[in-house]
Design a protein around this ligand. Sequence first.
Ligand code: ING
Length: 312
Amino acid sequence: MREIVIGAAQMGPIQRADTREEVVARMIALLDQAHMAGCTLVVFPELCLTTFFPRWYFEDQAEVDTWFESEMPNAETQPLFERACEHGIAISIGYGELTPDGHHFNTQILTDTQANIIGKYRKIHLPGHDEFDSERSFQHLEKRYFEPGDLGFPVFRNMDAWMGMLICNDRRWPEAYREMGLQGVELVVLGYNTPSGNSQNAGETAEMRGFHSDLSVQAGAYQNSAWVVAVAKAGNEDGHPLNGGSVIVSPDGVIMQKAQTDGDELLVQACDMDATKFGKASVFDFKRHRRIEHYKRIASQTGVVYPDGTKG
Ligand code: ING
């Protein structure tokens, strides 16, 4: 048995005026709580150091860059890394990454239990739009502020297990999980910031968004026989509600833990990485069952092409 006690550290709202120091203090409190509960790995949300700034329209790149980190750890986050090392807890955190050569990514990192960064993922599926859209009830400018990730879907060896990361919208795309499933991933950790409403469809309810989030994460877990930990930044940020509903899902696709609030809330689950083995050796024994000679469109075609040749 290769058990890892995993904490899903859901965070409540971060207001535009909140400082990184205030946020890191909340994260350290969750980390201390996780330590008391026996966790050795804690997952934090997407963009967990700041408010979900892609909801705001900025023209001045210097102002955009204030939402990014140019190094990790840095002065503001060093106390978090130090506390994680003291506790012997591996962490995964999401943040806006500004690289030394000026690239902007929506990034998630993973450390070992001594706070050494052993893995990085840059969000590939960027939702939303890149110009101000007056038709929307609120903006979602991820395509404006971030470049698509350039690292693929890597899988890392950590704590005697194969671990990968996704970020938010990635969890809706089965290709993302399968790219890691084909590397033998046993644990996928992901953070998300999901607006409770649809800026283009007032009829879409928060409940439906929660259903779609669970559906996506449960499917990804089951279809790749992997644990999936999906952690929200939740609650009302400057009048803009974000869905909570963080979950820890088993390799059978069963929700083992689910957040009950829209605030800072820790879920804890003992996750046996060996529980992934049976699915990988039976129903999802890829080498025995997959027929890649029939899968050509998935990796060679971006959008819809109808059988009569017209494009969707
Ligand atoms: N947020 C949302 C997400 O994928 C979204 C955007 C919501 C897209 C619902 C489609 C449907 O959860 C981020 N940050 O990707």
